[in-house]
Design a protein around this ligand. Structure first.
Ligand SMILES: [Fe+2]
Ligand SMILES: [Fe+2]
Length: 134
């Protein structure tokens, strides 16, 4: 039932970015497994905190690159990050509600967003950065 499965289309070829994206996918898989297993709230909160930390680290790295290399799409890209962090924090408040509704919302707000963000928003950024930093 993996909601988010890594394949080579997600490899954007800047290792510092790819490695964070891969870790985020792994933590999401772990989170969903543990959540569906009904692990105690502290364990679930701990994984969610790890997930938020890695996601914020990824966003900060990309924003630093955009700033350093004067990426023209900086503002709209950063706005998407800010909006996502808000959506993720709203989602955390729903964790104690209905399980299948939570998983459906998580799948949409986190998994669906990440897939399209990496392929449609991060990818053009990496294309722009590649000749500059490699
Ligand atoms: Fe990213
Ligand atoms: Fe991004």
């Amino acid at each position: 039932m993996p909601f988010l499965k890594w394949d080579e289309s997600f490899d954007l070829s800047i290792p510092a970015i790819d490695v964070r994206h891969r870790l985020i996918f792994l933590i999401i898989e772990d989170f969903l497994l543990e959540y569906l297993r009904g692990r105690p709230k502290e364990a679930i909160d701990h994984i969610l905190k790890l997930l938020s930390d890695y996601i914020e680290e990824d966003f900060q790295l990309e924003e630093r690159y955009m700033d350093d290399y004067l990426y023209p799409g900086y503002l709209p890209h950063k706005e998407k990050h800010v909006q996502f962090i808000q959506n993720l924090s709203d989602l955390k408040n729903k964790i104690e509600g209905n399980k299948s509704e939570f998983v459906a919302a998580f799948n949409d707000i986190v998994c669906g967003w990440l897939k399209s963000h990496i392929l449609e928003v991060d990818k053009p950024l990496v294309e722009f950065l590649k000749p500059k930093i490699n």
